[in-house]
Design a protein around this ligand. Sequence first.
Ligand SMILES: [Zn+2]
Ligand SMILES: [Zn+2]
Length: 330
Amino acid sequence: MEQWLTKQEVKKALKIDDGAFKKWNEHGKIITVKSRKYYYDEQELNQWLKQNRGPISQLKVGNIYNNQVIQDIFKCSGQGGMRRSHLTNALVLFSDHSKNQPIYEDKSYIDEHGNQIMHYTGMGQQGDQDLKSTQNRTLLESNDLSIKVYLFETFDSGQHTFRGEVKLCATPYTEQQNGRKVYIFPLSFNDNEYVIPETFYKDKEIQQENQAYKLGSEELYQRAKKAKKVGQRKAYTTVYERNNYVAAHVKERADGYCDLCGEPAPFKDKNGKPYLECHHVIWLAKQGEDSIDNAVALDPTCHRKMHVLGLENDVELLQTKIKQYKDKGM
Ligand SMILES: [Zn+2]
Ligand SMILES: [Zn+2]
């Protein structure tokens, strides 16, 4: 039996907005009959929607996808931080932490249950944001409508980490960001198991700090002055089980002097031992060996220098130093 409904009735029954109505109508899934009445075959419509959404279920949380793949799978536009897909009735969000983006931060917090909540900044690059603009409104109404919301996080330009389905989990609120009003949408993750690798975040921090200097001292001061609340997220990190004998031996071998610059340790630790740090010339992260033939003792400054600059000259110096110890049977 065909049931003839008004547009409003169809929208209400299917929990869709004007955009989806128009698109589904164009695709012949909602059929117009005389005097602006419509009907649809629910089973056929659901089948069609399921088919459209099929490829989305193939995506894996934590995997990285490029823009073209995302565009193909979601049947959405290739641009924008919030992309509406009418064919899959989805809203695809991007949280871009990569260096190409101005500092425009989506912060994360951990709630009392230990789950990550992303405080996602709405759309509108200039002036005050409002909830009337299409995509902000779509996200606002996503729970009432049958729209599925997905999130990608970009830590490296063009590489989008899929975070799966998200939900608006609290009322959006406003915040002043760089002299204008923005809307913040708290989002919870359907998949709470996934955590990003710590390195993603470390790289992001470095990139954003570099970006911050470009603002100029005055603007930087204005922004820094306002910062208060610290964001949080869980990340996983690889912990190396270093051999304590190696660390202790190389410090003893150095006899209180840095293996790189030859200066005495800057201070003594609580036990009265000169403070030096064990460093692996070829990093453990790069499959370096945890052995006395690959480890040295450095003062904290030289240690940082090795990690920040990693100059080839310094690496050679340290390798020569190790060879000298070896020749002396140390
Ligand atoms: Zn040193
Ligand atoms: Zn080190």
